[in-house]
Design a protein around this ligand. Structure first.
Ligand code: C2O
Length: 551
């Protein structure tokens, strides 16, 4: 195994988009940032030099970080932010994972422009569990704001309202020909006829789930979240923020040009937002003047189509690094979540919503607050036994039962107001080392329904079942897939529905759990697991690195 060592210079640069210059924060001067290539078993060392005006961190999304929690990156969870002008070295091993992951800033909206692909190839001498491919191509979908994204978030925090929506979607940094002044900023994938390409699709968007299609072509899904899957044929990929999908693309059509399109999947009706983007697949020898062929796009609210893709793919149990489902459960959790309200802090014109409130979000009626200003990250507090940073009473169940998915909950009335207000807290759930946890994630309809992608740091988890309505153990447990479920790090919990996941808490440390829709994170849509140390040094959190930033 090798050592992959790189320097990430984070600094502000000016780029031209949508007919105007915009200052953005970027890594090594490019958008998206550099692709990190490694082989399974390699050690990755990234020297982060923060020349940006912001205090920030980087998270290596989906990397298990076994015994390297100090390198996970979420600010105030595993480290304090790297100050503007400071630096920090992330060091971790890439073991037991092959495929596509990605890295991104884990500080406010900075991840809109501070992100890039992570590509983990098999060890030398090992091959993919699919036929040889001609070329591998990362496809990064992200969102673009014609504004400073840190200010976009700050404005939202000040008013208590939802933040300004993005102005466009991009493919590998290109907005494409549907946007003003972007004709010559269209991503082109040049291909040869009769070959197989491996597209490594990453949804780095802050808030948009996407349908992804290429006219006249279909895909074979071979991996999700850097875990191999059984081959799954489809002409559309559905991908939520945080997730990755690896597909084989056969260039088996007539020589020509074909649009590749990413168009939002909006699970709720209230939030329509047209930020469709397209790039072009150009065959070698295609005429320069031909208008590319457009695929037929799904309706943006096509939940049955999204659900089919999200649930029909199964894990490849013969794949290297496959983990069988742990059969004995030590702890059951039932976690409800959704959007809610909190008291307005600064009442005044334009600063409050109805009922003197502002938007908030919660899990099991606890709205998570980062321990900012308390002198230590959660992981430091765990390691050094510092009190006053967090409490250990995150509940296993919601405090009250209600009809979680009743559509009537989406309107603000006396009943919803009574359940929408959740207290602010910094509560973690303590897990015994090596115990097996099963969680039912129950989406709620409070103030509106939406599909929420839930990401767990530090683990991959099996997805045993998913469905709509209120979870019902008697009805739904018999449907659990123990044989070949998906194993992933981010689960898109169906709109007005539920997902059941299971994992083994074999990685000591503190691990963040949150909705990967960036709008919902500052509202408190999060919790954390504190996994106790095991009995040996090889199962305990090691000391922090010397240059760990101070709070
Ligand atoms: Cu990709 Cu905590 O995030």
């Amino acid at each position: 195994a090798a050592i992959v060592e790189q320097t990430f210079n984070v600094e502000d640069i000016t780029v031209q988009r949508l007919c105007r210059p915009q200052v953005i924060t970027a890594v090594n001067g490019t958008l998206p940032g550099p692709t990190l290539y490694a082989r399974e078993g390699d050690t990755v060392i990234i020297h982060l030099v923060n020349k940006s005006p912001y205090n920030m961190t980087i998270h290596w999304h989906g990397i298990i970080q076994f015994l390297t929690p100090w390198s996970d990156g979420p600010e105030y969870i595993t480290q304090c932010p790297i100050p503007s002008g400071g630096n920090y070295t992330y060091k971790f091993k890439v073991t037991g994972q092959e495929g596509t992951l990605w890295w991104h800033a884990h500080t406010s909206y900075l991840r809109a422009t501070v992100h890039g692909a992570i590509i983990i190839k098999p060890r030398l001498g090992h091959s993919y569990p699919f036929p040889r491919v001609y070329q591998e191509v990362p496809i990064l979908l992200s969102e673009w704001w014609s504004a400073n994204v840190v200010e976009v978030e700050r404005n939202a925090t000040d008013t208590g309202n939802a933040p300004q929506r993005s102005n466009a979607t991009s493919i590998n940094g290109f907005l494409g020909d549907l946007y003003n002044c972007s004709q010559d900023q269209t991503y082109k994938l040049k291909v040869k006829q009769g070959k197989t390409y491996l597209l490594r699709i990453i949804n780095a968007a802050l808030d948009e789930q996407h349908f992804f299609k290429i006219a006249n072509h279909s895909f074979t899904v071979v991996a999700l979240d850097a875990v191999y899957t059984n081959h799954y044929e489809t002409d559309v990929v559905v991908i939520a923020p945080g997730q990755t999908v690896d597909v084989l693309l056969k260039t088996n059509q007539v020589v020509g040009s074909y649009y590749m399109v990413a168009t939002p999947y909006r699970s709720s009706d209230v939030n329509s937002h047209n930020v469709t983007t397209r790039g072009i697949v150009v065959y070698d020898g295609a005429s320069q003047t031909q208008t590319p062929i457009m695929p037929i796009l799904p309706d943006s609210h096509d939940t049955p189509l999204a659900h089919k893709f999200y649930t029909n793919i199964t894990g490849l149990t013969s794949g290297r690094h496959w983990v069988p489902v742990p059969r004995k459960v030590d702890e059951h959790m039932f976690i409800t979540f959704g959007i809610g309200l909190e008291q307005c802090i600064n009442p005044g014109p334009g600063r409050c919503l109805a009922a003197n409130s502002r938007l908030s979000a919660n899990m099991n009626n606890e709205s998570f607050v980062l321990p900012q200003g308390r002198g230590a990250s959660l992981l430091e507090a765990f390691y050094k036994n510092i009190s006053g940073v967090y409490t250990k009473d995150f509940p296993n169940n919601p405090p009250f039962e209600f009809n979680y998915t009743d559509p009537a909950l989406s309107t603000l009335n006396a009943t919803t107001i009574a359940i929408a207000f959740a207290p602010k807290s910094t509560k973690v759930k303590t897990l015994k080392w090596n115990s097996t946890i099963e969680i039912v994630y129950q989406n709620t309809a409070i103030l509106g329904t939406e599909n929420h992608p839930i990401h767990i740091h530090g683990f991959n988890f099996h997805v045993l079942a998913q469905g709509f309505g209120n979870y019902n153990a008697t009805r739904d447990e018999p449907k659990f897939n123990f044989d070949n479920p998906q194993l992933r790090n981010t689960i898109a919990v169906p709109v007005g529905g539920w997902s059941v996941i299971r994992f083994q808490a074999n990685n000591p440390g503190v691990w963040f759990v949150h909705c990967h829709l960036e709008t919902h994170l500052p509202w408190g849509f999060a919790m954390a697991f504190e996994v106790e140390n095991g009995p040996t040094p090889g199962t305990s959190v090691p000391p922090p690195p010397a240059n760990l930033p101070k709070c």
